[in-house]
Design a protein around this ligand. Sequence first.
Ligand code: ARG
Length: 577
Amino acid sequence: MPDADASSLLIRPCPDPKFGDYQCNALIALAKNRENPREFAVRVLAKLDVSEWCEKVELAGAGFINFRLKTSALAQALQSAMRADRPFIQKENPQRTIVIDFSSPNVAKPMHVGHIRSTILGDCLARTLRLLGHRVITDNHIGDWGTQFGMLLVGWKKLLDRNALETDPLAEMERIYKAVQSKCDPEKPGYDAATHEAARAELVKLQNGDAENLVIWTEMKKLSQKQFDEIYSRLGVKFDCTLPESFYNDKVKQVYEELTAKGIAVESEGALVVFQNEPTAPANIKGRPFIIRKRDGAANYASTDLAAVLYRTEELAKEVYPRDDLTVEEVLYVVDSRQRDHIDHLFATVHKWFTATGRNPPRLPQVDFGTILGENNRPLKTRSGENVRLRDLLDEAEERALKIVSQKNPDLPEAQRREIARIVGIGAVKYADLLPNRTSDYVFSWDKMLALDGNTAPYLQYAYVRIRSIFRKGGETVESGIRNAELKLTAPEEITLAKHLLNFGIVLEAVAKEYRPNYLCNYLYELAGNFARFYENCPVLKADEPQRTTRLILCDLTARVLKQGLEVLGIETTEQM
Ligand code: ARG
């Protein structure tokens, strides 16, 4: 097949196990326009010999080929998995260098649930891509340079309550921000033109390096970063770099110059603007202006985002991996669907700019996501209608988990119950966020996410605990003794479980390809279900050899895949629950 591109040779788990374990649909595409796909498939089948691994290969439909694994091949695959550090996972080829922009909260504003999805999704994608062998650079693009600082500076100078700032810095910054903001919206009744003008002037002063404003700004940043760091440490999220919007202050000039020189940006009513007039422009932005420098000369969200793309593709990899010569071909933006227009404008502009200047435009996927809703189906808010703060949400998750853990294990020492509650509570919040298809909105429900039965993190964590306790009962030596043993799969539940285990790597690849962790959640949930059915029907410790060893191997591999899978989701496991 001379023109077969490897990526088109799709072999996937069969949609219906009735037909086989794996299915290949590549022949339909390959036969295209040349011969009848089914006849083509018959010819291919005549030359295909996979008898070492598979039962008789079957042809179906328009030219699908269905494969069913031989039990002996399955046993062999499990055996080599037993010896692998990371069972069932293969590094992807070629290995890419990928920047991931995620979390990216704003200075002087508390992190709210809107940032939680970006943080949890972004972290999970970073973990997945790394596990598959890619170079990943995570970058927290903190909002520390936008319009809000004009208002914050006015508020800081006129309204700040120092005592309040000491007790709860973010609440106080939020208060002064809101007080000034309410006067800066010409559409609102409290509008005050003088305050609005003052805010604009303070922002320009800051961006031009005014000493007093810089000192205040630095303090606001420090106070905010402290809070962000607390949250990241609770979530176990790390960044390779935190390059905030202000980092690009000295880099936006090049953007203005290049875009102007190439005629991509034009002056319009004093502002510098990019119009998306190309026929290929997405409908939502077509003909609309993308303001990349404001009328007063200030940089905005667009200016810094443009400079960031250039920096990320040309400089960043050298900073983070100075010894390797890496090319960043891809920058992922894990950003709320509500920013669709901004992101589309950004990507369209980058494409024109990079092409006009002889650079290779990077792949720029927006990993967008829907909103977290309250039980009333409206965006999640506190009772008084405020945004829910991430810190409060995590506190509540741990408290609720502690109640459940204490009910189940009243005799455990408190410190241990708290540690389990932390792992369960944080895990539940993360899983609830990763399980729904990311592009849809989802309803936040404490009871659902903390349930021990159902598609939840606690259910999976508990499944892991149960398997580990089999080994505790059987004595530690069992585990080490089985590494090189022969397997003999016979019971249908053993075979179903074994086949499911084998697909772990394929699922991770699908997550990486479509940026959809929900595939992994559902895979792990099915794994736990297959395990439960196996364990119900196949006694392990009381079985005779060779069944006993075979079953212990299945237990061990299931536990390892569960643990590794949860780890990729950013969820910890515990040995006791
Ligand atoms: N700071 C922004 C917000 O909180 C998100 C930034 C996303 N990243 C980006 N490069 N625009 O809405």
